[in-house]
Design a binder for this molecule. Structure first.
Ligand SMILES: [Zn+2]
Ligand SMILES: [Zn+2]
Length: 409
C-alpha cells in the first residue's frame, strides 16, 4: 500500500513515560500504607513497653512514607508529561497528535528551523522550540536513549522539511551513473519493465535497455520472496496512534494499582485473623511487584513498534525527486513501482531497499545508509523478544503468588 499525503511519526515514543510510571506505581501504594499503618507498625516493632521509642519509629515512618509519596507523585507527573505523542507531517504543516500539545498545528512557513533545539537539561533531553529562554515551547522530553535518538532524527527532519519549503534546500545529489535518462530532455526516468518509458517532464518515450529490464524482473522476484518483511513494514506503518498507546498505559496503570490494593486487602485480612507471617508477607509483596513488572515488559514490547517506526521512517524511507516522485535514499535514482501492495521497493541501480510513502520526511542520516529492512526488523524483534520473555517470567511469578494467596486466604 502506498500512502500519500500525511505521514504519522512518533514524537514521544513513550518508553520514558512507561519507566516513570512503573517506578511511581511500585512506590506509591507501599508508602501510602506505611503512612497509614505507622502507629501499628511502630508498636509491632518496639512493643508496648517503650512508648517513647515507638513514637520515634512512628514519626520516622510518617516522614519516610510522605517523602516517598511525594516522589511517586512527581514521577507520575513526569510520566504524564512524557505520555506518547505523534506528529503528523504533510505538505502544509506539522500537527501534534496526543501528548501535551494535542491538536496544535504549525504551518511549515511558521517553523523556524534555527529556533528548534534538542538540549540536555539536568540529564533530561528536551526538544523545544523558541528563543532559548524559559518560555520555550517544550515539545518532548526524555531520559531514554532510544527515545532521544528518535527525537534527534525528528528534529533533523523537521528542520530539513522547513528549509525545503522556503526553497533553502540543498540541491539533490546528481543521479548515479547508469541511470536511464530521457533521450530528449535528459531527466532521470523511473525504470519500468516495458519496451519504453515516458518522461514525466516532456512525455517523450525512451526505450528501456534489456539489461535494465532483466534487473527489474530479478528485483521483482526477490521482492516477492520477501513478503513477510514487507508485511511487517506495512504493520509498522499502520500501527496504533499515540493517543491509543497512551490509553493502553492508563489501563495498565489501573491494573498495577489494583494489584497493590488486592495485595494490601489481603494483608488487612491476614492481620485481622492474626496469621500474617514472614512467608505470607513475601508472597503478598511479590504479587503486585510481579504484576507491575509483567505489564511494564508487555507494554515495553508494544512500544518497540513505535521505536521501529521511527527507525524505518528516518533511515529507510525513500527520498523524493525534484518532481516529488520516490527516489532511492542512497543513490537518488528514481524508483520504479513496487510489486503489488508492498510498501518496499528495491532500487534497480544500487540494490538498496526503500520504504515508500515517507517521501515527505527529509534529512535522513548518512550513517544508517547501509541499514537494511531485515536489520531494522531484526532490531525490533530482539527488542520485543527480550521484553516479552521478561513479561512472561513475571506473569508466571505473579500467578504463582496469586495461587499461594488464594490458597492461604
Ligand atoms: Zn524528458
Ligand atoms: Zn539506489
Amino acid at each position: 500500500m502506498i500512502r500519500t499525503g500525511r505521514v504519522r511519526l512518533p514524537l514521544q515514543v513513550g518508553t520514558s513515560a512507561l519507566m516513570l510510571l512503573a517506578k511511581a506505581l511500585a512506590m506509591l501504594v507501599p508508602s501510602f500504607v506505611l503512612v497509614m499503618l505507622a502507629p501499628i507498625l511502630a508498636l509491632a516493632i518496639v512493643g508496648t513497653r517503650n512508648v517513647g521509642l515507638a513514637q520515634v519509629f512512628q514519626y520516622a515512618f510518617w516522614i519516610g512514607g510522605s517523602v516517598a509519596i511525594g516522589r511517586a507523585l512527581r514521577l507520575l507527573g513526569a510520566a504524564y508529561r512524557r505520555r506518547p505523542s505523534d506528529v503528523l507531517l504533510d505538505g502544509e504543516s506539522v500537527r501534534f497528535d496526543g501528548g501535551r500539545h494535542h491538536g496544535f498545528e504549525l504551518g511549515w512557513r511558521d517553523v523556524q528551523p534555527a529556533t528548534w533545539s534538542l538540549a540536555e537539561v539536568k540529564g533530561v533531553h528536551v526538544l523545544a522550540t523558541g528563543s532559548g529562554s524559559e518560555t520555550d515551547l517544550v515539545l518532548a522530553e526524555t531520559h531514554a536513549a532510544t527515545e532521544r535518538r528518535s527525537l534527534g532524527d525528528l528534529l533533523t527532519s523537521i528542520r530539513a522539511i522547513a528549509r525545503a519549503k522556503v526553497g533553502d534546500e540543498p540541491a539533490p545529489p546528481p543521479p548515479p551513473p547508469g541511470v536511464l535518462l530521457c533521450a530528449r530532455c535528459g531527466a532521470p526516468l523511473a525504470p519500468e519493465d516495458g519496451a519504453a518509458v515516458a518522461c514525466v517532464y516532456c512525455h517523450f518515450a525512451t526505450a528501456v535497455p534489456d539489461v535494465l529490464r532483466a534487473r527489474i524482473r530479478t528485483g521483482r522476484e526477490e521482492a516477492a520472496r520477501r513478503t513477510a518483511s514487507a508485511e511487517a513494514v506495512t504493520r509498522l506503518l499502520d500501527q496504533r496512534s499515540a493517543p491509543s498507546a497512551a490509553r493502553l498505559l492508563v489501563s495498565a496503570s489501573v491494573v498495577m494499582l489494583g494489584s497493590w490494593l488486592v495485595s494490601f486487602g489481603a494483608v488487612f485480612v491476614n492481620l485481622w485473623n492474626g496469621d500474617l507471617d514472614v512467608e505470607r508477607s513475601v508472597v503478598l509483596l511479590a504479587f503486585p511487584l510481579a504484576v507491575v513488572l509483567a505489564l511494564f515488559c508487555a507494554i515495553r514490547a508494544l512500544l518497540a513498534n513505535r521505536s521501529a517506526l521511527s527507525l524505518v521512517a528516518f533511515h529507510l524511507g525513500a527520498g523524493a525527486t525534484a518532481r516529488g516522485t520516490p527516489a532511492c535514499r542512497r543513490c537518488a535514482g528514481p524508483l520504479g513501482a513496487p510489486s503489488g501492495a508492498s510498501p518496499v521497493v528495491g532500487c534497480v541501480y544500487c540494490g538498496t531497499e526503500n520504504v515508500l510513502g515517507l517521501e515527505i520526511v527529509r534529512g535522513r542520516s548518512v550513517e544508517e545508509e547501509h541499514l537494511t529492512i531485515e536489520a531494522a526488523l531484526a532490531r525490533r524483534r530482539a527488542d520485543r523478544a527480550g521484553a516479552w520473555a521478561l513479561a512472561g517470567a513475571a506473569a508466571v511469578l505473579g500467578a504463582v503468588a496469586a495461587i499461594l494467596l488464594a490458597g492461604g486466604a
